[in-house]
Design a protein around this ligand. Structure first.
Ligand SMILES: [Zn+2]
Ligand SMILES: [Zn+2]
Length: 253
């Protein structure tokens, strides 16, 4: 594990619960995870697609998802591959009100941002549709952006809104899937994004269609570069296998 990521796993002073974030066992150093769980975290630090950042069988410029596609975001990177402990924690974070996990995830996002992405002028989270937000009570990507902004000083913008609820991506073919995310977002603060290098924060890169749709709108509004940073991405070789697993890989938030 890289040193920066290891340091990012250290608890901050306000985190006073000295148990493992994953298994609940007592932790005797100042980490978020016990030794055993720490070793099992699926960091995405092997061979990746140079473009979207998902794990690939060998380093390559474009994985099979990116090849032949014109993506609106310039570079994507992710902290984990979407499996094991990381997948369990992300599901908890999204669906089980585990908002505190933003504090565990944010330093890891910051470490990958500093190591693997160009500096951004502002950070934008993926907005949720109003009704969906009311139902859940919080937007997990906004919590990530808040914590990220606090740690880096990069300004957090509420620059976009979601026009409608999306159908589950996994139920759709590729063509309909792209149409499904088409015009899904509207930039509400064009002035704030014009001429800037924007970092989009999201939880999981599955097909990349959601981030791509938001990136497209940001560029239409004059954003210079758009980078994508996610907690986890589905590796290119595991994609089809994982997609069969359940609806969990849909990009419906
Ligand atoms: Zn543990
Ligand atoms: Zn790729």
């Amino acid at each position: 594990m890289l040193k920066a990521l290891k340091t990012a796993l250290q608890k901050t002073a306000f985190h006073l619960n000295w148990t493992c974030t994953y298994c609940g066992r007592e932790v005797f150093d100042d980490g978020f995870f016990c030794e055993e769980c720490g070793k099992k975290l699926p960091f995405n630090d092997g061979d990746i697609c140079a473009h979207c950042g998902r794990r690939a069988p060998s380093p390559r410029e474009y994985c099979e998802t990116c090849a032949g596609r014109l993506t609106a975001f310039d570079i994507g990177r992710s902290v984990f591959t979407y499996e094991g402990i990381a997948a369990d924690l992300i599901k908890k974070f999204k669906y089980e009100n585990a908002r505190y996990l933003a504090e565990v995830f944010a330093p890891l996002l910051v470490a990958v941002y500093r190591r693997a992405l160009p500096a951004a002028d502002a950070v934008v989270f993926v907005p949720m549709y109003k009704k969906d937000l009311r139902r859940r009570g919080y937007n997990q990507t906004e919590l990530l952006a808040q914590a990220f902004s606090r740690l880096t000083g990069v300004e957090k913008l509420t620059a976009a809104e979601k026009r409608r609820s999306m159908k589950k991506q996994v139920d759709l073919g590729r063509k309909t899937r792209l149409e499904n995310t088409e015009n899904a977002f509207r930039i509400v603060d064009k002035k704030a994004v014009a001429g800037k290098n924007i970092l989009i924060l999201d939880d999981v890169t599955t097909t990349g269609a959601t981030a791509n749709s938001l990136a497209r709108e940001l560029k239409k509004s004059g954003a210079a570069k758009v980078y994508l940073l996610t907690l986890a991405s589905v590796s290119s070789e595991k994609k089809s296998e994982n997609q069969r697993e359940s609806g969990l890989l849909s990009e419906k938030e």
